[in-house]
Design a protein around this ligand. Sequence first.
Ligand code: KG4
Ligand code: ZN
Length: 342
Amino acid sequence: MINTEDIYILGIESSCDDTSCAIIKNGLLLSNVTANQSIHEQYGGVIPELAGRDHQKNIVPVVNAAIKKANANLSQISAIAVTRGPGLSGSLLVGLSFAKSLSLALQIPLIEVNHMQGHILAHFIEEADNNKQPEFPFLCLTVSGGHTQIVKITSHLQFELLAETEDDAVGEAFDKAAKILGLPYPGGPLIDKYAKLGDASKYKFPMPQLKNNNYSFSGIKTSFLYFIQEHVKENPNFISENLNDICASYQAHLIKYLLKNVLAVSKETNIKQIAIAGGVSANSVLRTELDVLGKKHQWQTYIPKFEYCTDNAAMIAITGYYKFLQKEFCGLDATPLARYDI
Ligand code: KG4
Ligand code: ZN
């Protein structure tokens, strides 16, 4: 039986290495519980088989904790929203199978969610101390471990991809550079941390120029590798003696590149509502530089709270809520989509 009075959406996210469950009531967030997987730190990246296994271990306790924290019970839930993709097939399968079982057992609709749409709609999660929400149309720079996109959003469920990366994602550019520096996975937050004490103007890296405002990070990453190798050949202690400056210079370069294309797309589309989303939107320099650029060009800028930058189920539940309002349900035959266009 569908509960039609209050709309309670239970959201599940398991696309990569975070198992998360959230409950949203009429758009308002009641709970968001995430279990992180530390096992991947030692491998320098996410190991798919280990991620799938940990999701299986974590999903029941995480869902139970989210229900308890929301002070809700299963009979109140109107629908189950779950990430269908993009992501790791084995990881997605755990969340999707669990969501299907819940929807079947409770006889309530199942809603499939595109993870990248979820990252963007994180801007619409309502809480008691709410931030301002973007107005339509707005542009979103979506930056994560697997994607780098500039998207135009014309309504809660209408997305148009305007630019993307042609090779690596910016999150990978952070994580791979961190690995070269001997830092554990995920290296993005560590580069951000060391950069705070460094000189961002000390080292220079190449700035790729692509058509259509698309991005390319593979050249920057390779030049970083050669730069480190050459210096280490001359001075074996180069990394430890200059870690803060290396991180600050490399990070500043990546952020400058990201924002350069956002500025170009904003000028072309004449849209001055600019948001950022995804794991890399937690980056302190991206957050401050977006505001600096915004002031210069009279933009309205939207920066998510830290907890909704990296993967979380609150963003899946809010997307599910808007899909519920449009009755966009899916069948129990839905399969995970490792690749899933926005
Ligand atoms: O969105 P997300 O949690 O997962 C994916 O959907 O990929 O993004 C994870 C990515 C990782 O590459 C991680 O290093 C990066 O976000 N990241 C950061 C920061 N926090 C997370 N990169 C730079 N600075 C940060 N503060
Ligand atoms: Zn993500």
